[in-house]
Design a protein. Structure first.
Lengths: 115, 224
């Protein structure tokens, strides 16, 4: 048991620091190709008659691009969980901001029907 | 209290670029990374407020916003997105080479990154000049002609557009300035291969500028 804990601690001490473990040139270029592909996809989807779903779909593709940049270019994939926490914290705050604000604005025109 | 500058100690000579309050490069790198992410978080909050403002008014005036979005210059926006995505790729390559201690290649890849940034600025300024000619700039005293769209919401859309792309452009210009500084530092070999953190940190900032544009692009250009 103590061996396992020791291994975990050692791994945590050295995790996310070795440049050789991070993505190489090939990975960076593959991610670039993926990003450009997503750009072409979002542009193509723009020309389809998707109605009111077009903006959420475009934002979903944008979120996929964001995921690629965050994980590979900003090296989150190769960093210890504490860095993930710092990165996630901003998005958690944004979700609170959007969640509570939109709970007001999206329900402005709801009519309460008394039982 | 006098500031006494003594000769570099043995530790400092053996560990160039290691600040005195750190035990190791690893510790310094971790601190730098966490500190930068904290700053990036604050930047996300800054732009997050603007995104929320846009969202609220889009919920209030969906038709007017969709119509105004159709009047945006889609191809210029798309070209700009491609430019920034490519600049992120060259920046990631520069950071990769800097971390691999190949400072010369890192410098050589920062140059196209800065050029991509400058190209984005040129396209953006050209696009703004087009919008000025089309009388879509909502400044008091200037002609505003939304051509068939309700004037109030049209002004709101354009206000958010100029505020957000304007603030983004300011961030991008600062980023280009930082890149030029890095290029000069690397050319003068002021960044030791043992500690390439500066390149990585500025890379994180540059990727954030890209991320903001990745979300600004669909809400203005693809929202019809």
């Amino acid at each position: 048991m103590t061996e396992k804990i020791k291994d975990l601690v050692d791994h945590a001490k050295t995790a996310g620091e070795d440049p050789a473990e991070e993505g190489g040139v090939t990975e960076i270029l593959l991610v670039w190709a993926g990003l450009m592909g997503l750009l072409i996809l979002t542009l193509a989807l723009h020309f389809l008659p998707l109605g009111p779903a077009s903006l959420p779909i475009a934002l979903a593709v944008a979120a996929a691009k964001m995921g690629l940049v965050l994980a590979f270019y900003m090296h989150l994939k190769y960093r210890p969980p504490l860095v993930w926490l710092f990165a996630a914290a901003a998005f958690v705050w944004l979700s609170i901001l959007f969640g509570i604000s939109l709970s007001d604005y999206l329900t402005r025109h709801w009519i309460l029907i008394s039982p | 209290m006098t500031d006494t500058q003594s000769a570099p100690s043995e530790i400092e000579l053996k560990n160039p670029g290691l600040a005195s309050h750190f035990e190791s490069y690893r510790q310094q790198h971790r601190a730098a990374t966490l500190g930068m992410w904290l700053f990036l978080g604050s930047e996300l909050m800054l732009f997050g407020g603007m995104f929320l403002g846009y969202t609220v008014y889009r919920v209030a005036y969906p038709n007017a916003f969709a119509q105004m979005s159709a009047r945006m210059h889609l191809w210029l926006g798309t070209i700009n997105t491609a430019i920034l995505l490519s600049s992120s790729a060259t920046m990631a390559l520069a950071v990769h080479f800097a971390r691999a201690r190949d400072m010369k290649r890192a410098r050589n890849l920062l140059i196209p990154t800065a050029l991509f940034g400058a190209a984005f600025l040129c396209v953006k300024l050209y696009e703004w000049s087009l919008e000025y000619q089309e009388k879509l700039v909502p400044i008091i005293g200037w002609d505003f002609d939304p051509a068939g769209v309700e004037a109030g919401p049209a002004k709101l859309f354009m206000s958010f557009y100029f505020a957000m792309t304007g603030l983004h452009t300011v961030h991008l210009t600062i980023g280009v300035g930082l890149l030029i500084t890095l290029i000069i530092l690397l050319t003068r070999r002021k960044i030791p291969p043992e500690n390439p953190d500066k390149v990585e940190i500025i890379g994180l900032y540059w990727h954030l500028v890209d991320l903001i544009w990745i979300f600004a692009y669909p809400i203005y250009y693809l929202a019809s």
